[in-house]
Structures are given as C-alpha cells and as structure tokens.
Design a protein around this ligand. Structure first.
Ligand SMILES: [Zn+2]
Length: 148
C-alpha cells in the first residue's frame, strides 16, 4: 500500500465518503448482480478499516470499481472536496464514471430505505447546497447587472 494512500485516507471525510460508496456498491451489487459470486471486498481501503467490520459484499467487477474509487478519492486534488457527484473535476475515466453513476442512481434512493438514512440525507443536502450556491452566484451576477 502506498504511504500517501493511508495518509489521505486518515481524514474523516475521505473515510466517510468511501464508506458511503462501499454501502452503495453493496446495495447495487446485491440487487443488480444477484447471480454473481460475491465476497467481502479485499482492498487497501478495507485493510485500513474504512468499512469497519462490515466490508461490502461485492462481485469482482464491483470490487474493481470500489478499489478504483478508493484511489480516486485518496488522490483527489481538491481540498476541501465537494461531494463527488457535484465536483467539477471529473477524475474518473468515462467508463468508471458511468459505472459509478449507475451505482448511485440505483442505490441512492434505496439506501434511504435500507437504513442508510443519514448517508442518503447527507447526499441530498450536499446536492441542495451545491445547487443553492450555484443559484446564489447566478442571482448575484444578475443583481449586479440590474444595479448598473
Ligand atoms: Zn457487482
């Protein structure tokens, strides 16, 4: 494991973001890849204890996605980092981005039903904040325009 990975993953935001992706991918894989052989995730992040004692149970394909997501999260150049879905830097490859988007789309609403209410709500709030900030800066610029 790279030292820098462990260092970056020591932050509580990096850990909780990654744990959320783990939860989401677990829900997605259980629902969408029901026929696949699934096992506890083996990854650097899991080794660091990011997922606690309940590692995501995923197929090999989803395990690849999570290992990829861990690395992208650890080496994110943004600080403070916005929630990935609202980040303007697209550090995922188009293929991985599409896969993660599918996971989010499937698991996001279901996570609220499955007792991940806090994470699901956090996701919604972050989205609202991002939209509100965008609306505010748009409003401010029109405000300035009209005062001229
Ligand atoms: Zn899967």
């Amino acid at each position: 494991m790279q030292e820098r990975f462990a260092e970056k993953m020591a932050g509580s935001d990096a850990r909780s973001d990654t744990r959320l992706l783990g939860d989401f991918t677990h829900i997605y894989c259980r629902g969408v890849h029901a026929g696949a052989h699934r096992s506890s995730l083996v990854s650097d992040g899991a080794e660091l204890g990011i997922y606690g004692s309940k590692r995501p149970e995923v197929c090999t394909e989803c395990a690849d996605l999570l290992r990829y997501a861990e690395k992208r999260r650890a080496f994110c150049p943004k600080d403070p980092k916005p929630f990935c879905s609202y980040c303007d830097t697209h550090c995922y490859s188009p293929e991985m981005r599409e896969r993660m988007r599918e996971v989010m789309r499937y698991a996001g609403p279901r996570s609220i039903l499955h007792g991940h209410a806090i994470d699901g709500v956090k996701h919604l709030i972050e989205g609202r904040k991002a939209r509100a900030a965008a609306a505010r800066s748009a409003a401010e610029s029109t405000d300035k325009e009209s005062k001229r």
